[in-house]
Ligand binder design. Structure first.
Ligand code: NAD
Length: 260
């Protein structure tokens, strides 16, 4: 019997088969979870729908997290299809390309607010709307990056957003713990995805990562999926409010020899 047999959940953030959310969806499905998927806009729907159907998804719905009405409609549909849910995966982030390039100091007010709205507030908005549907023992998961803790060139406003997201994980975990609902994040090493392609110098960062990480390799969406499986299963039932690094050990290192 799979680790997630009988569990139902929502996965937000699949854009294509390179998405971290897709790696997570495959791992959760493999262990028996029934999953609903969301997309933003028709172009992404064309990519998401066939992937979701591959996993027999009973729910494929639009949800732009900047619109409370779309979040509310998603939860109504979720209740109709699943009743309660046990899993909620938030793998969503966005900042304008202009903000992911050069000095952080150049960040605009509009660019800052947009990055915070899509990449940070969306988690709180989703959890708030999903709360009545969350079954006891439910697990909520989001995705963060080391740029929340340390300065990574060009990551800029997204690093500030990820720091706020990591704090949100702790506050939400404290709020929902008494209902036996857990909230955690995975801090993934760099992976070549649509979102990552917007960060200046990402290819070089991705390449040098494997040279510096203790395990001397990059991480894959399958690696993140397997860690997500643990955080979404009862095997991690006493773990909440945590940031789990899935980054081949990169974050434990100080300056690389090239920098020192
Ligand atoms: P991706 O481009 O595959 O996924 C990003 C998703 O965000 C897309 O599905 C997109 O539709 C969604 N999104 C953007 N704006 C949205 C909105 N307004 N409403 C709803 N959805 C919206 O890229 P990814 O790298 O798989 O990103 C998933 C998560 O992983 C992000 O939070 C990202 O910051 C994080 N992450 C990525 C890396 C990496 O190197 N790729 C590393 C660590 C963390």
């Amino acid at each position: 019997m799979g680790l997630l047999e009988g569990k139902r959940g929502l996965i937000l953030g699949v854009a294509n088969d390179h998405s971290i959310a897709w790696g997570i969806a495959q791992a959760l499905h493999r262990e028996g979870a029934q999953l609903g998927f969301t997309y933003v806009g028709e172009a992404l729907e064309r990519r998401v729908r066939p992937l979701a159907e591959q996993l027999g998804a009973p729910l494929i719905a639009p949800c732009d997290v900047n619109h409370d009405a779309e979040i509310a409609a998603l939860m109504t549909r979720t209740q109709e299809v699943f009743g309660q849910i046990d899993l909620l995966v938030h793998a969503i982030a966005f900042a304008n390309k202009d903000e992911l390039n050069g000095p952080y100091l150049r960040t605009t007010r509009a660019g800052f607010l947009l990055a915070m709205e899509v990449s940070v507030y969306s988690l709180t908005a989703l959890v708030k709307a999903a709360e009545p549907l969350l079954a006891p023992g439910a697990a909520i998961l989001t995705l963060t990056y080391h740029g929340a803790q340390k300065v990574i060139p060009n990551y800029n406003v997204m690093g500030v957003a990820k720091a706020a997201l990591e704090a949100s994980v702790r506050y939400l975990a404290a709020d929902l713990g008494p209902r036996e609902i857990r909230v955690n994040a995975i801090s993934a090493g760099p992976i070549r995805t649509l979102a990552a392609s917007g960060i200046a110098g990402f290819r070089a960062l991705h390449r040098s990562f494997a040279e510096q990480a203790p395990l001397r390799r990059n991480v894959t969406i399958e690696d993140v999926g397997n860690a997500a499986l643990w955080l979404c299963s009862d095997l991690s039932r006493s773990v909440t409010g945590e940031i789990l690094y899935v980054d081949a050990g990169f974050n434990i290192m100080g300056l690389s020899s090239a920098e020192s």
